[in-house]
Design a protein around this ligand. Structure first.
Ligand code: NAI
Length: 268
């Protein structure tokens, strides 16, 4: 039996990688997906894939760092579908930059998307979940970089560590309110997605950062994982999506403020 039939989920960063896989897995579990991203082409492709598989989805353009847009996305979801049960705060970027070389602009941009975006999503979605009176599940995508430091990734680690403790504090707020809303974080290890090769403003790609610190050339997620993850290979986006689906469903009903590590043993 499908675990999420009748539920409505917002998934951010759904145009690519873990976000796309999450949107597809939640849809396969019966949820109606409001997929959002700044990447229109990728977002429309995700939407098309879900529809082609017999699922239900919409795509909305959204920059997660824009508070006004969060209010619009939540209002649109409630007006169109009448309920909101699941929020997956997945959108994120990774800037590989040494602290002494990091511009304030790059620092602020990464914080705005990876951390402020998570705060804004929770802030705007929780009132809608509470109004529904059915509780809800919020899943914030952190990282193993939110559990341990990595050279060249201090800014990224700061945002992901922030997401981890923000999640725990908010879980306690919701529990105190007895609103039935659970809030958990997910900590992927090395997952084979385009994030590794994206060249971003103010830094190297994550693969280039790993190369700079190992002296190796042309590192792929699989090579990096072979060196650091006991299982010996990179995870696939669906491996993370399945963990997110568990947290979204009632199978995890006694879990809140928890951290689900999906890292092939990286942090073991
Ligand atoms: P990805 O680069 O494939 O996908 C990220 C998506 O976020 C893209 O579609 C991008 O357009 C979107 N995005 C970027 N800025 C945005 C903004 N301002 N507003 C809305 N959407 C925006 O990356 P991936 O790997 O799928 O990453 C998803 C999440 O997983 C991120 O939070 C990342 O930090 C996290 N993560 C990824 C790991 C990996 O090895 N791939 C490991 C640990 C965590």
């Amino acid at each position: 039996m499908k675990r999420l039939t009748g539920r409505v989920a917002i998934v951010t960063g759904a145009a690519s990688g873990i976000g796309r896989a999450t949107a597809e897995v939640l849809a396969a579990e019966g949820a109606l997906i409001v997929a959002t991203d700044i990447d229109v082409g990728g977002g429309e492709e995700t939407h098309g894939r879900i529809i082609a598989s017999g699922g239900h989805a919409r795509f909305l353009v959204q920059d997660v760092a824009d508070e006004d847009r969060w209010a619009e996305v939540v209002a649109d979801t409630m007006a169109s579908h009448g309920r909101l049960d699941i929020l997956v705060n997945n959108a994120g970027i990774g800037l590989g930059t040494l602290v002494t070389e990091m511009t304030l602009e790059a620092w602020n941009r990464q914080v705005a998307i990876n951390l402020t975006g998570v705060f804004l999503g929770c802030k705007h979605v929780i009132p809608a979940m509470r109004a529904g009176g059915r509780g809800g599940s919020i899943i914030n995508v952190s990282s193993v970089a939110g559990l341990e430091g990595a050279a060249g990734l201090a800014g990224y680690c700061a945002t992901k560590g922030g997401v981890r403790l923000f999640t725990k504090a908010l879980a306690k707020e919701c529990a105190m309110a007895r609103d039935g809303i659970r809030v958990n974080s997910v900590h992927p290890g090395i997952i084979d997605t385009p994030i590794w090769t994206r060249i971003d403003q103010g830094g190297l790609s994550l693969a280039q950062t790993a190369e700079a610190h190992t002296g190796a050339n042309a590192l792929s997620p699989d090579v990096i994982a072979a060196a650091g993850a006991p299982l010996g290979y990179a995870g696939q986006p669906e491996d993370v999506a399945r963990g997110i689906a568990f947290l979204a469903s009632d199978d995890s009903r006694y879990m809140t403020g928890s951290e689900l590590v999906i890292d092939g043993g990286w942090t073991a």
